[in-house]
Design a protein around this ligand. Structure first.
Ligand code: MCA
Ligand code: AMP
Length: 499
């Protein structure tokens, strides 16, 4: 194979007039029409002078064209860097600078703001709007609808995904062709995907879940997707009867359960519902089965590793667990302090090794060394245990992380912005339970002596800096933060207090 990822996901479907994308307006795009669109985009990128290995940063609304941009990057040997559409200019500036992207593709509305950032970094800028218009697609006019696929090896980089950390700035997780391909093939087989599947995909395609799990698995199997720009309950209810599979974060499933129209009749044609990115409450699992007769299949993954474990397709899908390590993936539980292996049943840090584990963080060798051991085990920072039957249970986190509606928020990043505001002495950011998002962000502030804090002004300042999903839903001013004898802020005490 000249380009394993492209050849398997995309090239294998050349010439097929089978459905690939069912779109909200009722239209359908075949595999072949999609590949032709991708080839034309690949020509535009090549004409622009991009070379294999160059990074292309894309902050675009989910659309067939946006997905074809991913296919085009794969075919042209470029490293695809998708970015959350909620990111602010501050956040984007960092990602573009840090990645050394040579091309930025963004919505027309954001172009004016991003052009100077692109210029300052020597990157070109093209636009792609939600409706598929913009300078990128304008330039595809007249381009050939086939493209000579650029040769790549399994070890070459295919994508960068930025992930925040408990300290410092976001890190670019470098994912190889092998990481993405091996995982997609394993999952397609494990979850029994085939060419007859129609996957309801309402997830964003700028993160692992919607792109490297939902989309890649469908592509490996040669199936189709109902490709929705976002989770809209009415649209999902309308489309469920023609789908065979769905993937979502727990919020998708709790929202469905909150609607009386949702029940067994609607999902008669469904084969499997898969959940991940955040803990699915055992209660949701039980309610879902009672309502539909389906047991949700929960799996566990990370940006750095793609998917690590999954409940079985055949066999018991155990509520409150994330199932077994996937074929080819090793998972062990270690002592958080010493790194030593712990006996079966003990709680410790989960470490994983396999072809799915990333290559390291872009230009951050120290951070890579802290989390990726020499022997190939990646320290996930999730706390878990393995029960007597081999099921993995995630029991908590050894990292300060909030997961809200499937999006990760590192408190440190929000605290840094809060601490910078006038009159703020210090802050602590925690996640508090929320019926819809699982957790939402809460900020606790301490004022400097004699200062009176204007929480509205502080929230407005946060807005300019951070994506909406990271904003505290509430700010509380206290006299002092609870600390232990070592002086460390006791976030557990705050969580109990504001539960
Ligand atoms: C939207 N808002 C949020 C979130 N989403 N706030 C906190 N957390 C969120 N996740 C904001 C909106 O901007 C809006 O702000 C307000 O909350 C209400 O929005 P709403 O209309 O209810 O939200 P929505 O547009 O319906 O979106 C909710 C959603 C969406 C459908 C749950 O967030 C979503 O698709 N999440 C999936 C994320 C995902 O794919 N994660 C996978 C990462 P305002 O007040 O201004 O109106 S990959 C991963 O984690 C690993 C690898 C894995 O294992 O998969
Ligand atoms: P990210 O770094 O955005 O890819 O998020 C990865 C994190 O999401 C993991 O380290 C876990 O903490 C969490 N996660 C993913 N899937 C699950 C799951 N099924 N149950 C609990 N947590 C999960």
């Amino acid at each position: 194979m000249t380009n394993p990822l492209y050849d398997t996901l995309f090239g294998a479907h050349a010439g097929k007039t089978t459905p690939f994308l069912y779109l909200p307006d009722g239209s359908m795009l075949t595999h072949d029409a999609f590949l032709q669109m991708a080839a034309r985009i690949a020509h535009v990128l090549t004409v622009a002078g991009l070379q294999p290995g160059d990074r292309l940063a894309a902050q675009v609304v989910k659309s067939p064209q946006a997905l074809a941009l991913y296919a085009a990057c794969t075919q042209a040997g470029l490293v695809f860097l998708p970015l959350n559409t909620a990111y602010t200019m501050d956040e984007l500036t960092y990602f573009i600078e840090n990645s050394g992207a040579r091309m930025v593709v963004c919505d027309g509305q954001g172009a004016e703001g991003l052009q100077p950032v692109a210029d300052a970094n020597g990157a070109q800028l093209l636009t792609l709007n939600a409706d598929g218009s913009g300078s990128l697609m304008d330039q595809t006019a007249g381009q050939p609808d086939t493209y000579p696929t650029v040769a790549r090896s399994r070890d070459d980089l295919a994508a960068f995904l930025y992930t925040s950390g408990t300290t410092g700035r976001s890190k670019g997780a470098m994912l190889t062709q092998e990481n993405l391909l091996s995982n997609a093939q394993t999952l397609a087989e494990y979850w029994r995907f085939d060419a007859d599947d129609v996957l309801l995909n309402a997830l964003p395609i700028f993160h692992t879940h919607g792109l490297f799990v939902a989309t890649n698995v469908t592509l490996v199997a040669g199936g189709a997707m109902i490709f929705l720009p976002k989770f809209d309950l009415d649209v999902i209810i309308d489309k469920l009867p023609v789908a065979t599979a769905m993937m979502g974060v727990p919020t998708f499933y709790t929202r469905l359960l909150g609607d009386d129209r949702f029940g067994a009749v609607l999902v008669r044609g469904m084969r499997v519902f898969i959940s991940g990115s955040a803990p699915l409450l055992a209660e949701t699992h039980v309610q879902f089965e009672a309502r539909t007769g389906h047991r949700i299949l929960e799996r566990y993954g990370m940006t750095e590793t793609n998917m690590n474990t999954s409940n079985p397709y055949v066999g018991e899908r155990r509520a409150g667990t994330v199932g077994f390590p996937l074929p080819g993936v090793e998972l062990k539980i270690t002592d958080p302090k010493t790194g030593a292996d712990l006996p079966q049943g003990d709680i410790g840090v989960m470490e994983v090794r396999g072809p799915n584990v990333f290559k390291g963080y872009w230009q951050m060798p120290e951070k890579t060394a802290e989390e990726l051991r020499q022997d190939g085990f990646f320290i996930t920072g999730d706390l878990g245990r393995i029960d007597v039957d081999g099921y993995v249970h995630i029991v908590g986190r050894n990292k300060d992380l909030i997961i809200s509606g499937g999006y990760n928020i590192y408190p440190k990043e929000v605290e840094e912005v809060l601490d910078d505001q006038p009159g703020v002495l210090e802050s602590a950011v925690i996640g508090v339970p929320d019926a819809d998002f699982g957790e939402v962000v809460l900020g606790v502030l301490v004022a400097e002596k004699e200062a009176t804090l204007n929480t509205d002004a502080i929230l407005a300042a946060v807005q300019a800096k951070l994506a909406r999903f990271k904003h505290p839903r509430r700010l509380i001013v206290v006299d002092a933060l609870p600390r232990n004898t070592m002086g460390k802020v006791q976030k557990n005490v705050l969580r109990e207090r504001y539960d």
